[in-house]
Design a protein around this ligand. Sequence first.
Ligand code: SER
Length: 337
Amino acid sequence: MDNQLKFCLHLHKIKSETMKNILIVGAGGQIGSELTAHLRSIYGNQNVIAADIRKTDNISDDGPFEQLDVMECAALASLVHKYKVDTIFNLVALLSATGEKNPTLAWRINMGALTNCLEVARWFGCAIFTPSSIGAFGENTPHDDTPQDTIMRPNTIYGVCKVSGELLSDYYHSRFGVDSRSVRFPGIISNVTLPGGGTTDYAVEIFYEAIRKGSFVCPVPENVYMDMMYMPDALNACVKLMEADPSRLVHRNSFNIASMSFTPEILYAAIKKRMPEFTMTYEVDPVKKAIAESWPNKMDDSCARKEWDWAPEWNLDLMVDDMLKVIKEKFDKGLIR
Ligand code: SER
């Protein structure tokens, strides 16, 4: 470590002890774009720094934005120093279906971002949140009421990165005292930024196609259950876990969290009930089929409930009502086509 960096670390430690300055890496993505706004509404616009490899208008308008390639560790460190960051949200990831197209790239990006964030968190004494996923589980995992601690043998590169990331984050906690925390997110359903390259994306795309065309071609088989979650609950989980009393945390990386579980047919029926003319057909993607079938039907989230009072507020019906309402409004206003 050179002298300049040592000096930065020294200054940082003196000045940042009582501050709540948050850096979101990968802020332009599906979760990042909404987490940035959510955290700014709680902690103040100037205290939440959005960073992404590309500039995105909605996150750069209301508070600090920095263009960052997280693979450059020194650039990440200098941002943490510049803004006296005490908490890093690392949301950089290639998702499951994209990962299968280029596994070496997925490993390099997903693990590269994490190792750099963990190292910088160690140097500067930051807390760090990195999402894990239902994708961390595999075919041999019990599929119903998937326990917190169970067999984890995923057969996607995305899942391999998630399990490795959980282990590495726990290692940084036990070895270096880094305050690393994480949840295993279900498929996240949202109406601001589209997900990309995930197996659970169908549960978002279906709403846009329902409003746009009145029909949807589903790439996932009709009877495969997967855990899903509406974005407001996902955002709440991030805040609640990072604000939790560390002495209550038996687990850290990573907690099962759940709120709803459904198949494409169940989601289709819920939309059709509100839009009787809506139709859905299937063109199953074999890669997505294999991935979806290897993931849990429904996770047991009792540890999260017990250790940091996790309690979701959205169920299938509430989520469907809200998604249809918000996306229809956006179409009516010409915000999306
Ligand atoms: N939404 C992710 C995916 O489908 C899972 O965490 O890849």
